[in-house]
Write a protein that binds this ligand. Sequence first.
Ligand code: ZN
Length: 341
Amino acid sequence: MIVNIIFCGGNDGPQGPMSFDIGEAFMRFLRILTVMLLPFLAAPALAQSAPIKVVATTGMIADAASQIGGDLIELKTLMGAGVDPHSFRQTRSDILALMNADLILWNGLYLEAQLEPLLLDLGQSRTVVAVAEAIPQDRLRSHPEYEDRFDPHVWMDPTLWRIVVLAVRDALSASYPEGAAIFEANAAQHLAEIDRLAAYAQSSLSSVPEAARVLVTAHDAFGYFGRAFDFEVLGIQGISTASEAGLLQISTLVDTLVARQIGAIFVESSVSDRNIRALQEGAAAQGHAVAIGGELYSDAMGPEDSYEGTYIGMLDHNITTITRALGGTAPEGGMNGALTP
Ligand code: ZN
């Protein structure tokens, strides 16, 4: 209403250039001020938006940011369910979101291979944090396929993921110091859940008979998982889905399945199951029946708004599925009884 009065009342007669009128000058000032403030007066939504805009590359990192940042962040995730980060390429709207972000969180360790040049470039003008690179190098797995590079699939080991969660908390606090106390409390709560998950993983997976502790999957995403829970991991494809050169001989793997009487192999949500099916057929031709033990979430979480679409749910699903398929004991509903049947 005040806006209208100023607009209507300001222009009530011609003023010659020589006649200086202090009232008119003040009115002009008010009009300019009103025009400047108008977008804010007209858009109450702006006042309610979160203090900082955060973009996360993978769903796992976005989940950590969401658990810690809550309402204090406006969050966009670039890679949804079923998206393969190794081959992900940004769309125009992704670039827009990245350019508008106050803080960009990515995994690093060459996971987002195609996106990396753009992220490094954006790092010149805003805060861009490779959260997995907060893990000390002596706890990372090196890989013969990638000289001078490390296995990027760190979310598979909850004790490593803790370090990433702390890095997300610190990045949020640095970007918005006013929220630091809230971020700290939220992170502590989330870390307690991760510790509970790690304990559940240990107790479930150790119930799998020792001879059956072999995890055959489509690509080599489970190296940290195997190291943490004492499983031998055989990925048909290498550490990145982009390299066909990393393909292990299907026939060699078939021989291993038959010789060790491995009962189940696994498909992955973000990788084609072509090779896993070939393996199953190869073993069947030698008279050894191998079951598909289930679909594991390797590089992307489950559907949005599902339990499996959270970090805890994603790992709970993997732990429970692997345990049950390979002859161990775990409740059907998983750690929280929340798994989708
Ligand atoms: Zn991968």
